[in-house]
Design a protein around this ligand. Structure first.
Ligand code: FMN
Length: 170
């Protein structure tokens, strides 16, 4: 079963979460959105995640603002918004899951990039295997990374997702 995880990350936190999800879903390929394929033929589960910027998915302006806040290069140059707008036709009914990273406060206050990711995936004809999920980061300093316990929660989420989809496909 071909499983692809596409992540966007500026400071590295979402990449850590994506790698933890991959640890949970055995056999998953993990790809930075900069290198993500536009042809998804043969993919049976697609997992897409990115950081929450200005209540939603990043844009060029928010990525540029993020890049100016640290003295190391950003992990991704482009965003999942742009990638999802550029992918070709996807296998109809492709099982998908969306995640994001964001601050650990009420979603009403923070927004959640995963909701926008999930909406774009549905528009492409994909079927959500599980509801969109958020994982929390510390933001002092801005690149503090996932909060304690979040990589473990991401790994468990990945394991449950993999089990759900394998049950459906087999
Ligand atoms: C420009 C910018 C805007 C942000 N806006 C939000 C926001 O609206 N809600 C939120 O919860 N976090 C916000 N954050 C914090 C990010 O969600 C956090 O930096 C991200 O999850 C870290 O992921 P990364 O290490 O993969 O870049 C923002 C960060 C930046 C740089």
């Amino acid at each position: 079963m071909r499983i692809v995880i596409v992540f966007e990350s500026m400071f590295g936190g979402t990449e850590k979460v994506a790698r933890a999800i991959a640890d949970g879903i055995s056999g998953a390929e993990i790809v930075n959105v900069d290198d993500a394929p536009s042809d998804l033929t043969g993919v049976e589960l697609l997992v897409v995640g990115g950081p929450t910027h200005a209540h939603g998915m990043s844009r060029a302006a928010t990525r540029s603002s993020a890049a100016q806040q640290v003295d190391h290069p950003s992990r991704s140059r482009t965003g999942v918004r742009e990638w999802l707008d550029s992918v070709g036709p996807v296998p109809q009914g492709l099982a998908v899951a969306a995640f994001d990273t964001r601050m650990d406060q009420s979603r009403v206050l923070t927004g959640a990039a995963s909701l926008g990711v999930a909406k774009r995936l549905r528009r492409l004809g994909c079927l959500p295997a599980v509801p969109a999920e958020s994982f929390f980061v510390d933001t002092v300093p801005v690149d503090a990374g996932p909060k304690a316990g979040e990589p473990d929660r991401a790994e468990a989420w990945g394991a449950a997702l993999g089990a759900t989809v394998r049950r459906t496909v087999s």
